[in-house]
Design a protein around this ligand. Structure first.
Ligand code: SAH
Length: 261
């Protein structure tokens, strides 16, 4: 890995494991309760460099992973957590060149995962401020090439989908069942619908609509991620965890005559 340059994103981690995301700029400083670190002190250093603030606090400097960036980036809407994004990439089978319709895009966390997996995304989003934030986050972390595969339109997906022959329709919004009919005409046969919803009532409603559609192989699951505390003889699960985020549902478009699975 090359050393840090001005323009690079850097994650600074203090002794209490608090994290701060900064973009290095000449003449700028990172300020904290312990004085400041000049960005110029980090420029030219390798990852793992320990920066010292004017009042002596130590900060480890590393490049943020996508998961770290998602948790620290500017957010409007609630983001999908990295643990769920990882599962979505695999179970909604996002591949290089996949033609994906995503709604809503919110802060762009899930978009970033799919773009990095090589997808091309058209996003439908109701809120202009969220759309702008999503595009800014994508460009900030993934750069211009990924941003060129990402187009966000300000519109309500419940009104319909203009795209055809899509590989995937990926939903994170309150009433995904309202999109099932539109997704039937927008996807090619074998294409996949994915929906992320926080409540079991929404899962049940979605399955009712899917059962009455050309989609089959509907399947819902959740992802539990439990960290471990490892120190000397104390090797055990963390006391606290994010116990619930959302339920993940996938289904595949079949011909009208196919048997429901
Ligand atoms: N998955 C995103 C977060 C999405 S939050 C992330 O990981 O960052 C849900 C978003 O859906 C909000 O931004 C909301 O404005 C948008 N939304 C809700 N209903 C919608 C609809 N009918 N059409 C398009 N976008 C919608």
């Amino acid at each position: 890995m090359t050393t840090f340059s001005f323009g690079d994103l850097v994650l600074l981690i203090d002794r209490k494991k608090r994290r701060y995301l900064v973009r290095l700029a000449a003449d700028n400083q990172f300020h904290s309760h312990a004085g400041y670190v000049a960005h110029a002190d980090i420029e030219g250093q390798p990852e793992g460099f320990v920066a010292r603030s004017t009042m002596g606090a130590a900060y480890i400097a590393v490049r943020p992973t996508l998961a770290e960036f998602i948790l620290e980036m500017p957010r409007g809407a609630q983001v999908i957590y990295p643990k769920d994004i990882g599962a979505i990439l695999m179970y909604a089978d996002i591949f290089p060149g996949a033609r994906v319709l995503e709604a809503g895009v919110g802060s762009g966390a899930l978009s970033m995962g799919m773009l990095r997996a090589g997808a091309s995304i058209v996003g439908y989003e109701l809120r202009e401020d969220f759309a702008a934030k999503a595009v800014a986050n994508v460009t900030s972390f993934l750069g211009a090439e990924a941003a060129s595969r990402y187009r966000v339109e300000l519109r309500d997906i419940y009104d319909g989908i203009d795209e055809h022959d899509l590989d995937r329709v990926i939903l994170d919004l309150p009433e995904p069942w309202n999109v099932v009919k539109h997704a039937e005409t927008a996807l090619h046969l074998g294409g996949m619908l994915f929906a992320y919803v926080p409540s079991a009532v929404q899962v049940a409603r979605l399955h009712e609509t899917l059962a009455d559609s050309q989609f089959a192989m509907a399947h819902t699951f959740e992802v539990l991620h439990r960290g471990w505390y490892v120190k000397g003889e104390a090797v055990r699960p963390d006391h606290r965890m994010v116990a619930h985020t959302g339920f993940l549902t996938v289904a595949r478009l079949m011909g009208a005559d196919s048997e429901p699975a």
